[in-house]
Design a protein around this ligand. Sequence first.
Ligand SMILES: C[S@@+](CC[C@H](N)C(=O)[O-])C[C@H]1O[C@@H](n2cnc3c(N)ncnc32)[C@H](O)[C@@H]1O
Length: 491
Amino acid sequence: MADNVLYYGDNLDILRRYISDESVDLVYLDPPFKSEQNYNVLFAEQNGSRAAAQIKAFGDTWRWDQTAARSYQEVVEGGPEHVSLVMQGLRKFLQESDMMAYVSMMAPRLLELRRVLKASGSVFLHCDPTASHYLKLIMDAVFQPGNFRNEIIWGYRTGGVSKRTFAKKHDTILFYSKTKDYRFQRQYYKSWQMKRYNYSAKYPEYFDEEKKMWYHKAVCRDVWEDINPIGTSAKERLSYPTQKPEALLERIIRGSSNEGDVVLDPFCGCGTAVVVAERLKRRWIGIDITHLAVALMKHRLRDTFGAKAKYKVVGEPVSLPDARALAEMDRYQFQWWALGLVGARPAEGKKGADRGIDGRLFFHDEADNKKAKTKQVVLSVKSGKVGVKDVRDLCGVVEREKAEMGVLISMEEPTGPMRREAASAGLYKSPWREKGYPRLQVRTVEELLKGKEIECPPLGQVNVTFKRAPKGTENPGTTVTQAHLFEKSKK
Ligand SMILES: C[S@@+](CC[C@H](N)C(=O)[O-])C[C@H]1O[C@@H](n2cnc3c(N)ncnc32)[C@H](O)[C@@H]1O
């Protein structure tokens, strides 16, 4: 049985480099798309006339730049004829707009996804009405119109409503198979009927609290209105922007794969498809381009399955030079990765960073776990020069936050005075260890890469949510390529 793998990197590159032909049974992809952007902005040509403010508002999401232009040319010149023709047609209409950049980036990825699918496989492309009609054209060209199976409408009721339009409350999921011989198991949902039945104590689960209504198993149609988006108090909520509900993935995975099949999510975010695949005993492959997502998925898998989830991670730095390269390329990506080395969660947004905290670890070390207080280790990550002041600052943060301990993760070797300053912070006394734990610890990236751990009481499985990512840095709602990241780092 193949290993489950979490890849860090640009999915186009990963697919081409690592995923062999016809090796995957089911693909679910949820590519980022800033549909909340002003619709007109997406169609505006990016020439000098476009206001700088507009470009800024749109961020780096999709730009008609050299990368997009190269991607377009590659597909038009080297892709299958149908795909080339569709792309040329779209280019005439969409010109050099953000929307054209988006479809140009998607086309080569969809071609790769078709390549890796087995003949019996299917693909579910999650998008929204802003782009679904363009994507459907490309999907028709890539998979052939005869292999179109469903346009699934996922309708929901959450969020605001407009005064000027009917409330926009659905996503679109395009379902295609690779051939006509694809796997499919009909799915059911609980449908409430208004008809009243006499209460039966034999089937209490079929009745509401007033013992009045009865629901029955209804066959899922292509309009899904029984699955709610992740609410603010949902148990599965990780506060990762764009996180999809597990129930949605469960329906797709159950419907189009069997136990032991391989499920691939090339834009896996906080890993909803991966976690559901694991639970349903499928094998899985997840790809994401941010260390934020990869770190979060590791937590999610650990919190959900403990040591039972077996997988490997590919594409993360494994040596000091790799780590330095990452830090030079993108400081935040480096931070998330370094925090992942000790199993810490990145701190909440900019606020955390401004307050000297890059990450946190939580633990419980009191005998009565029910009453026990959640305790914390605050972490600070430094990729540049470090000195005694950094240790003193962290000491101040530990006190201010009333944290039990603090850890400084440093790329550079700490100086003697730094080690002494850390030692002078004393010990945190825990019931777990009579001699206590050093209150302030310094770890170099090299030490962590060699397997040295931080000293602290065993980390519990506290489901502490993962707050919003630092604004304007990670943009997990953005598809970025390695090239983008390099370009960004040069600025
Ligand atoms: C809409 S989110 C997916 C959310 C996911 N379905 C979930 O439930 O958490 C899109 C993800 O794609 C990732 N991404 C963007 N561009 C990528 C690329 N070129 N290669 C791999 N991942 C990419 C982003 O980092 C983001 O996490």
